[in-house]
Design a protein around this ligand. Sequence first.
Ligand code: PGA
Length: 255
Amino acid sequence: MNKARRPLIAGNWKMNHGGANACNLASAVKRTTAEFDKVDVVVCPPFTAIAWVAEELRGSAVQVGAQNVHPKDSGAFTGEVSASMLLDAGARWVILGHSERRAMFGETDTLVAEKTRVALDVGLRPIVCVGELLEEREKGQTLDVVKRQLNAFASILADKPGVGAIAYEPVWAIGTGKTAGPAEAQEVHAMIRARLREISAEVAEKTRILYGGSMKASNAEGLLACEDVDGGLIGGASLKAEDFAGIALAGQKLA
Ligand code: PGA
C-alpha cells in the first residue's frame, strides 16, 4: 500500500442477507469500524437491501454499493436495475464484471465497459473486477488475460481519475480458501498500475487497485502491505462483521 492512496475495503455480500439480516450486519459493520478514520469502508448488499442498509448507515462513514447494474437508464428490461435507481436507493458504489457474472451470466469485456461508462456518467463509483482462471494461470497467461480485461475499460475510468477502483480477483482464489500470495498479487497489481501509467500519471496514482479472493483478517496485512495493493474486495469474510472489521483494521494500521 502506498500512503498516497486511502485504503478501500469493500464487502461483496453476494446473494446473502436480502432483508432484516442485512440491516443487522450493516449495523454491526458500522459499530466495529467506527474508529477507523484512515480507510474507506463499503458494503455491497443484494439489490433488495440497498435502501434499508443505506438508511441504517445514514450518518456513518460506511458507504453502500451494489453488485451489478444494467447499462440502460429505464425501459422494458424486465428484472433489471439501472444506475440512477441504485443512486436513488442510496448506493454510491457498484461492483462490475465480477467473475461470477462473467462466468454465469455471460458478461463480456464490452458489456463491462458499457456498465463502467454508465456508472461513472450517473455518479456511481465503479469497482471493476478482473482476474484469470486457474487454467489460464497454469498456462502462464495471467498477465495477458488481466491486461485484455483491463484494456476494455481503463480509458473510461481515466475520464474521472480516482473515482472508480479496480479489483484484481484471481478466479481460483474466490471462495476457495486459496489466496494469491503477496508476491503473486503484487506482480499483477504492478502490471495494472503500469498500464494505467501509460494512460496518465494521475490515473495511475489515484486509482485504487483492490485484491480479492479469500482475503481474511489473518492474511490481509501481508497483502495490503504490497506497494500496489490499495485495499480489498471481500466475499465470505464480509458476512461476519468482526472478520470484516479485522481486515479494515489491517488497512487502518498500514495507512
Ligand atoms: P471471497 O470472494 O472473499 O469469498 O473469496 C471475493 C469476491 O468474490 O469478491
